[in-house]
Write a protein that binds this ligand. Sequence first.
Ligand code: NAD
Length: 500
Amino acid sequence: MTTPVQSEMKLLSGNLFLGGEWMASAGQRHKIINPADETVVGEYADATEAEIDRAVAKAKQAQGIWWAMSALERANALHQVADQMIANSAITGESLTREMGKPFRESNWEGGAAASSFRYYAELARHENGRIAGPAIAGQLQMVVKEPLGTVVSIVPYNFPMLLAGWQSAAALGAGNAVIIKPSELTSLTMLLWMKAFQSLPEGLVQVITGGAAVGQNLVSHQDTHAVAFTGSVKAAQAVAMSASTRFKPTLIEASGNDAFIVMPSADIDTAARGATFAAFLNCGQVCTSAERFYVHEDIYEDFVAKLAKYASSLRVGSGLSKVDMGPMASQRELERFERIITHALEQGAELVTGGKRPSQTGKGFFYEPTVLKVTAEMEVMHGECFGPLAPVAKIKDIDEAIAHANDSELGLGANIYTNDLEESFKAVNEIETGIVWVNTPLNDNDAIPFGGRKFTGSGRELGSEGLEQFRRSKMVMIAPQAEADPEWFPYPDSDAFNF
Ligand code: NAD
């Protein structure tokens, strides 16, 4: 039986959302595969250069209309978008699960989570539009006024498409910009469906231009786009940052992570193991803030590994549209990349505790069992981003050793620690070189607190007031009540001339 959402996905195949309407692209089409059963769910198109030019021109027009509105009108419009996102979340949720596999509960959640950031920026953006400084010249009004950048290109990955495009768009729109979203090839249809929520905005203010890396590059280097917000891998981020720099476009870069997860003896070990299971296997490990490397104190190591293995092996793996905890990996390419990481880790001497293979009962689909390995901190698997259902656990002697390992990384997104020792908590917060530290509360975020990383994970911040600033520029403004000659002007008095 075909569901209404499946029919809509077929209808939207090969479309763009350009100038406020869905239209078929003239570009080359590619199949989108359901990772749970390997059926074709639809197609995405590579937008042509002419289509990109049209979208950029529409964005410019729409941005003028948007910025001419009052801040209160913009706030109301963003709340309306949030309402629609929530109303449509089951539809976009089903579509997302069909495209990239995550359990429906998680896909459905994304609609509401993105809406939450729209509500936050709807209000924050009208709170202030700059500030008035104490004047350097008596009687003048001297201030910084905040202005939008223009058209923001938002390039997003497949793992949380609505949440991540939502964070970027909400802040960019709140700041007064137009947004062109370049979705992942794997989740293009969901992003096109998601556009139903944006129909009340000026036509062309938010658009979806599908395609691969070349389409992303065209948007980034286009002379009439003004800023780039990118979320994805380090390699793609570097390519984006380099082409944006040619025209000095501001870039927000959110790239890969390989978050450490430390467990100390004072922690509640059972809760820590449950938290670890969630942090490692949420969205089949395809989360930028997934716990990728575990450092566990030697006194509790065996106990923790046994509990983690128990919880991991009890996860129900299967189609995201059935009663499961974990779906498949998003694509065959991702599954094969992940399998190579496991094979290599085992060759290097990692000990398999549970998982380590594709499940036998699922038949078709890109499934893999939640996998726990015993490793040493030096092994390669602890030094990259595996982005799959793996929890490699190494033994450590004390908190200093754990923090040293956590910092021994070229990436710096987040880090977790489970401890009930206040001194250890403070040490972790102060010494771990990441953009986020979670103490006993893995993977949570808050619209009001900036999210982002250090090192090769990127630069800039999403969410919070910092997230709004990413998409505004400052203008220095000075107003004198009336025109008066300034004593600093010409002619200079002879008494100030060089005297020798
Ligand atoms: P990816 O880098 O392959 O693709 C991300 C997006 O960039 C896609 O839309 C893709 O089409 C586009 N793209 C790829 N090459 C490009 C280029 N040269 N120029 C312009 N655009 C280009 O990433 P992915 O596989 O979709 O997602 C997984 C990665 O995203 C992981 O590394 C993960 O850690 C990262 N991620 C980071 C965060 C964060 O907030 N730091 C959040 C989610 C995901």
